[in-house]
Write a protein that binds this ligand. Structure first.
Ligand code: ADP
Length: 251
């Protein structure tokens, strides 16, 4: 890969998407487009369909109605997983992963080298990724011995090693110690400045309003989709939560 992002297609595109696990729909009439280089956050109450929407975006679920595309291709046909880095909640990370940080990041090269040996250049990419996320000093540490924030950085480094141009993060700072949260979001900011598209699912509304450029507020349907500055001024959050009372505390 040249590392040059093909921005001729939206990174993610959903048109009139409906989906339900059963006959009842969970998300309804979702149309949105995320372009290369954006930093977008999805917010909404528990059970509002945020994770479902993310799975639809990534082609892990097929819509009942409508179309989902990744990089211009129907999502379910898209097969270049190396372009997408997924960072799950720390809480769901496996506890018995007896591998080192460097090995985790090395795995990011596998889509490029198959299961063959890494070249010197591949290792340089691995080391650069470790450096970018500030984890060089922890390269030989087992991921089980890391703090939550360090572990999330290791998984971001893996995405960088695979040369992902889209980072999808599902509440990435749950379980991360409070002192590390701000520097974690600073890292996302700098990756976004380097051109990586960021899609963040987030409970922490202050992180969203401080860092994301665009907010998609969801409760089964889209209540708001636009610039963060307009979201802050709007009543979308209160409407999406069905109450203006104490909604910040719910996030
Ligand atoms: P959020 O991420 O906003 O908390 P989810 O997308 O996880 O919301 O869930 C939306 C709704 O879909 C909830 O009512 C949830 O119970 C339901 N749901 C989520 N996953 C499944 C599943 N695998 N099977 C059936 N129902 C599900």
């Amino acid at each position: 890969s040249t590392g040059i992002v093909d921005s001729s297609y939206p990174v993610i595109e959903l048109s009139e998407v409906d989906f339900g696990y059963t006959a009842a729909s969970v998300v309804k009439d979702i149309s949105l487009q995320i372009d290369s280089g954006e930093y977008a956050a999805v917010v909404g109450p528990n059970g509002s369909g945020k994770s479902t929407l993310m799975k639809l975006m990534l082609g892990l679920l097929r819509p009942d109605k409508g179309v989902t595309k990744l990089f211009g291709e129907p999502s379910h046909q898209f097969d270049d997983g190396s372009r997408i880095g997924y960072v799950a909640q720390h809480a769901s990370a496996s506890k018995d992963m007896p591998i080192t940080v460097r090995e985790v990041v090395k795995m990011g090269r596998f889509p490029h080298v198959g299961f063959g040996r890494l070249s010197d250049e591949d290792w340089q990419i691995v080391d650069r990724a470790l450096d970018t996320v500030g984890m060089t000093a922890f390269a030989n540490r087992r991921v089980t011995q890391l703090s939550g924030g360090q572990r999330q950085r290791a998984f971001i480094a893996r995405a960088l090693a695979s040369e992902a141009d889209l980072l999808v993060l599902d509440e990435p700072t749950v379980g991360v110690d409070i002192e590390s949260v701000e520097s974690f979001y600073d890292l996302l900011d700098s990756l976004n400045e380097d051109g990586i598209t960021i899609l963040l699912i987030e409970h922490d509304l202050s992180a969203v309003t401080e860092h994301a450029d665009r907010v998609i507020c969801l409760n089964r349907e889209i209540y708001f989709d636009g610039p963060t500055s307009e979201f802050v001024e709007s009543d979308a959050l209160a409407r999406a939560f069905g109450t203006a009372a104490n909604f910040l505390g719910d996030l």
